[in-house]
Design a protein around this ligand. Structure first.
Ligand code: MLT
Length: 400
């Protein structure tokens, strides 16, 4: 059978690959602890599950749902957005339901990008930005996120010729994988850049609610005039521990929301109504479940920080996301270190290069396993690596 060449360019999905590795080791009897994928282990709050159950019993749910999202869901998104960010949205033209934000990110370039158009992709960045660009026959142009710039892109360093050919700029703050956050000042600069070059700014805000120590993450739509040039994608996955439910939404520029909606009407048939009902219960209902879950993540963040700093590991301060982005100690590459950790400890981390070439020299840890297993994983790391400034014995300490 012939397989399309474009698949060679995107390869298997990062976490599908890591799942496979994990399963192979488990089959050999290794007690693998995964700190890899960011998949909340905590349950979805009960009132959300109840709404799904009621919705599933309602025969109206058994028919096709609306392509763009039920009116009730879109109005709830608009109300939540107004309360949370102070931004008004027209539920009919500026809100679109998504089968998870990943789905919207995957389809967006199809709606905006013609063959050969450039898409500005943060590097390191969520792998979908690059692969969806390639699937739309666009050309991903990596925009480095460097530690010395707080993992914010230097937009002024993007060559004029590239900016001229660019149709989309992906951004994502709070950031996966680096956990960096962006100020309103930076977001304003990004909106100006997008306006100047007639580029759609696609802001992935999947982690807007996963914040600590009083930090409140902004929406790009809070920037004056952003709706002219920006679309923002949100997810209920991480906020409400609903990764398996597949529900999110896109908001912002009516032109971009409409174009993405047009793609979707041709491809999918919307989200199960019962899941949308659960989404309404999540956003309009009590938020104390979110607060409780944030407390748990924050405590885990503190455990990881304390344990790894105690052996000399350079752990940054983290005020958002469920991730810890760690410099690889001892001059190893990300892949070498990931393998060394797995081999010596059975702990699976995510190599930074899974997010792009500028992820070299880093690994990512997720805070999405329970305390007992997290402590076990940290104990194994501490035992195996002791003082981490030197490379672990037996590994080849080479850099790129
Ligand atoms: C991550 O771990 O980066 C995400 O949870 C994975 C995903 O959304 O596919």
């Amino acid at each position: 059978m012939h397989v399309a060449k474009r698949l060679e360019q995107i390869g298997a999905y990062l976490f599908a690959d890591l799942d496979r590795k994990q399963e192979q080791l488990k089959a050999k009897g290794v007690d693998v602890i995964s700190l890899s994928v960011g998949d909340p282990d905590l349950p979805t709050p009960a009132h959300i599950v109840d709404a799904l159950t009621e919705g599933a019993r309602d025969p109206r749910s058994h028919r096709y749902p609306s392509y763009v999202g039920e009116k009730d869901f879109r109005s709830t998104v608009a109300a939540w957005f107004r309360k949370r960010f102070g931004v008004s949205l027209d539920p009919d033209t500026e809100v679109l339901a998504l089968i998870g934000s990943k789905e919207g990110l995957a389809h967006l370039p199809w709606a905006i990008v013609d063959p050969g158009d450039v898409v500005l992709v943060p590097d390191p960045g969520y792998p979908i930005y690059r692969s969806s660009t390639i699937l739309a026959d666009g050309v991903p142009h990596p925009v480095p996120l460097l530690r010395e710039r707080g993992f914010l892109p230097d937009l002024s360093a993007i060559p004029q010729e590239i900016a001229r050919r660019a149709k989309v700029l992906f951004l994502n703050y709070p950031n996966n994988p680096t956990a960096a956050t962006a100020s309103m000042e930076f977001l304003t600069e990004a909106v100006e850049f997008a306006r100047r070059h007639d580029i759609l700014l696609a802001h992935d805000n999947a982690y807007s609610e996963i914040t600590y120590d009083g930090y409140v993450a902004p929406s790009i739509l809070e920037v004056d005039g952003a709706k002219d040039v920006a679309i923002e994608l949100h997810s209920l996955s991480k906020t409400y521990c609903m990764t398996g439910w597949r529900i999110g939404f896109a908001v912002g520029s009516a032109a971009a929301v409409g174009a993405l909606g047009r793609i979707k009407t041709n491809i999918d048939s919307g989200i199960f109504r019962a899941v949308q009902r659960a989404g309404v219960a999540a956003m309009a209902g009590p938020q104390d479940g979110v607060t409780e879950r944030l407390r748990v993540y924050q405590a885990r963040r503190d455990r990881v920080t304390k344990a790894l700093r105690s052996i000399g590991w350079e752990v940054p301060d983290i005020k958002a996301t469920i991730y810890v982005w760690l410099p690889v100690p001892g001059g190893m590459t990300s892949a070498q270190f990931t393998s060394a950790v797995l081999e010596k400890t059975g702990v699976l981390v995510t190599p930074g290069t899974g997010y792009g070439a500028h992820g070299e020299g880093y690994v990512r840890l997720s805070l999405t396993i329970g305390d007992t297993r997290l402590d076990e994983a940290l104990g194994r790391l501490v035992d195996a690596f002791g003082r981490v400034s030197a490379p672990p014995a037996g590994s080849r300490a080479t850099t790129r």
